[in-house]
Design a binder for this molecule. Structure first.
Ligand SMILES: NC(=O)c1ccc[n+]([C@@H]2O[C@H](COP(=O)([O-])OP(=O)(O)OC[C@H]3O[C@@H](n4cnc5c(N)ncnc54)[C@H](OP(=O)(O)O)[C@@H]3O)[C@@H](O)[C@H]2O)c1
Length: 269
């Protein structure tokens, strides 16, 4: 797995990480599935995990699955509330789950972002947080996200990017590159909509020299071949899918021709 400098945060991140929305929001015996996904991720070196207070049980389940190997993981999670006291409770819980430290603490959906950034900055001073990030899932919020990016305390962004959602190409990715920010790509498979069908194996054949043998790998490599994107975080409940996805996190990367070809395949699905 290729590791990349995560913008000016100084962190080094694997090109493929793991999302936890829905897939890690499970209780009891069902938590065995996320653990086997985490096992597969470690086998592949895909050791960056993204969660949020908003994802139900996901932070707790991820924290348990990381027991004994937390130090080898990069944990990105999110605080999500306009209420200061509630934010403190969310952050204290996350710090308990993740061994007293969160590598990338993000303001989820920009909720009360000025107050949350101040709060996270205090944690950063204490060494409990390495980098502060901001996330939004909707292009409608990108004007505000762009303003947040001008706050020098915010060193990373998380945004959607896939061949069907390319709005970040207009302002967010160019600005992130100019500002030297870390970039996490959420929703690489459009919440699964892009991988429900696949182009034929003949259509994928020209991508074989790039180590791509499946459609999910083509989509991940399409993202990761844009040098402004550091890590994509597909979610999966299936360890075999985790192995498959991680294989897209290695060079050779696509050039402009292959990226155009994959975008066309996605549009023709
Ligand atoms: N969606 C959002 O608005 C949002 C917002 C903020 C942050 N995020 C973060 O971004 C992460 C990723 O986004 P997402 O969860 O919305 O969706 P996604 O990663 O685009 O898609 C997840 C879906 O893809 C399927 N999948 C994964 N690998 C596959 C493979 N190799 N072959 C076939 N199917 C595969 C999964 O099913 P299987 O379980 O069967 O593999 C799952 O249904 C989230 O988990 C979260 O951490 C998302």
């Amino acid at each position: 797995m290729e590791h990349r400098l995560f913008g000016r945060t100084g962190l080094s991140v694997p090109a493929v990480g793991v999302g936890t929305w829905q897939t890690f929001d499970v209780r009891g015996a069902a938590a065995d599935a996320p653990r086997s996904v985490v096992d597969a991720a470690f086998e592949e070196g895909a050791t960056m995990f993204d969660s949020s207070f908003m994802y139900g049980e996901a932070e707790r389940v991820l924290g348990r699955a990381l027991a004994g190997r937390r130090e080898r993981a990069i944990v990105a999670t999110k605080v999500w509330t306009p209420d200061d006291a509630e934010a403190t409770r969310q952050i204290e819980a996350a710090l308990r789950y993740f061994g007293g430290r969160v590598d990338v603490y993000q303001v989820h959906n920009l909720v009360a972002w000025r107050r949350r950034v101040e709060q996270l900055e205090r944690l950063k001073m204490r060494g409990a947080v390495n980098a502060i990030g901001a996330t939004h899932y909707s292009a409608h919020a990108f004007d505000e996200l762009r303003r947040v990016m001008d706050d020098p305390r915010v060193a990373a962004v998380q945004v959607p990017y896939n061949p069907h959602e390319r709005e970040v190409e207009e302002v967010i990715l160019p600005a992130a590159a100019d500002l030297g920010m870390g970039v996490i790509i959420m929703r690489p498979f459009g919440q699964g909509s892009l991988v429900r069908r696949s182009p034929s194996s003949d259509a994928l054949a020209p991508l074989a020299p790039f180590g791509v043998s499946t459609w999910p790998q083509a989509l991940l490599k399409w993202i990761l071949s844009d040098p402004r994107c550091h890590v994509a975080i597909p979610a999966t409940s299936n360890p075999m899918h985790m192995h498959e996805n991680a294989a897209a996190g290695n060079p050779p990367w696509f050039g402009p021709e292959e990226r155009t070809y994959v975008a066309k395949l996605a549009n023709d699905l």
